[in-house]
Design a protein around this ligand. Structure first.
Ligand code: NAP
Ligand code: G4F
Length: 324
């Protein structure tokens, strides 16, 4: 019988890649979606006939319990969250409800319905915040710099706590920034590649950004979902940093994306101090040595190839939209 997995956040970037990855591995894939007045599900539209979607919400404990009772999955991947850092400063309480307490609600459902379920928590390098060591690994202390980072730190520790208290097979993947052509357009990588495509095709004339000096460790989402799955196949649950080990600035990202279409970025980019954050994370770079040795996982796509792939995908899409 095909193993059965449930993905919360299946409509997001990682959910869409993970659903494809698990289908290829022969899984029966179920996804949790929240009610909306307009159902677009644009990242998973091509998969709709191969997956089963169920309505539930991270805010509603009973809906998650009922979902697990109906689906009875072997693996649960908890990817759902309010994941945009600037929004977490504007809506800190809602972010705490979704991104922190939402984890406890899913873990409580696992504990009550079937404690043998294998559980993956989408933790984040945002927990390292004001970094205490470079590069960051599983032993590096956390110092979150946003309500989102603080909520993820809670989600991480409650996952460890359910493992230690109730023996639940619960893993926390501490993933550094990962992106793709399916990335939300509010995040800086996709904001830049979408703008470059539109500028090249004459549909936009400037790009307004915040802090160009921030450094991030960016990988490809399509490769990172493989690491999530590998964690749940271990003999014993554990926590892993997933990263490339390289860091690049937002400025480098911008230069690279514009150069790929033969443009100099300087005439197009302006800086708006409103886009700076109340507290910034200046630098992040992960050490995924433990994942390499214990999961056999390592990233292969270079930063330049990743950004070029995203610019190419946005150029194709924008050209199609302009032709319609
Ligand atoms: P994303 O594209 O923003 O997707 C977030 C998902 O969560 C969406 O499917 C969203 O549904 C769902 N969601 C939000 N609130 C919900 C609620 N109350 N009930 C049910 N579902 C809800 O995020 P992503 O980039 O795929 O990231 C996946 C996870 O990894 C997130 O937890 C994120 O915080 C974490 N993470 C991401 C990165 C990264 O660089 N991408 C790095 C580290 C950790 P709607 O479509 O309805 O909005
Ligand atoms: O793309 P970003 O918004 O991603 P950020 O804040 O690093 O968070 C992402 O990665 C985390 C993993 O570390 C995830 F947990 C989280 O869910 C999310 O996926 O911003 C990256 C950097 C920041 O330093 C920001 O200040 O880019 C800088 N930046 C400069 N101009 C900008 C902009 N960010 C955005 N979103 N928009 C700008 O115009």
């Amino acid at each position: 019988m095909a193993p059965r997995a449930l993905i919360t956040g299946i409509t997001g970037q990682d959910g869409a890649y993970l659903a494809r990855f698990l289908l290829e591995k022969g899984y029966e894939v179920h996804g949790m979606v929240r009610r909306s007045s307009t159902e677009t599900f644009e990242r998973i539209n091509d998969l709709r006939h191969r997956i089963t979607l169920h309505q539930a919400d991270l805010l509603d404990q009973l809906s998650i319990i009922t979902l697990l009772q109906n689906v009875r999955p072997r693996e649960v991947y908890n990817l759902a969250a309010q994941s945009f850092v600037p929004t977490s400063f504007l809506q800190p309480l809602l972010t705490g409800e979704f991104t922190a307490l939402g984890v406890t609600r899913v873990l409580e459902a696992v504990r009550l319905v079937d404690p043998s379920i294998r559980f993956y928590q989408a933790s984040s390098s945002e927990m390292f915040g004001k970094v205490q060591r470079e590069p960051q690994d599983e032993q590096t202390p956390f110092w979150p710099r946003s309500p989102y980072g603080a909520a993820k730190a809670y989600g991480h520790w409650i996952t460890v706590n359910y493992r230690e208290s109730y023996g639940i097979f619960a893993c926390s993947g501490i993933l550094f920034n990962h992106t793709s052509p399916l990335r939300g357009k509010e995040f800086v990588t996709r904001k830049v590649t979408d703008a470059v495509a539109r500028i090249k095709l004459g549909a936009q004339d400037k790009l307004v950004l915040g802090n160009l000096e921030a450094l991030r460790d960016w990988g490809f989402a399509g490769e990172y979902v493989d690491a999530m799955w590998r964690m749940l196949q271990l003999d014993h649950p554990d926590d892993f940093v997933i990263a490339t080990g390289e860091k690049h600035s937002v400025r480098e990202l911008v230069e690279l994306a514009f150069a790929h279409v033969g443009l100099d970025w300087r005439p197009y980019v302006t800086i708006d101090p409103e886009l700076f954050r109340p507290a910034e994370i200046n630098t992040l770079r992960g050490d995924a040595g433990k994942a390499r040795s214990q999961l056999g996982w390592q990233p292969t796509l270079s930063f330049a190839d990743l950004i070029h792939m995203m610019v190419d995908a946005d150029r194709e899409r924008v050209a199609r939209e302009l032709a319609e």
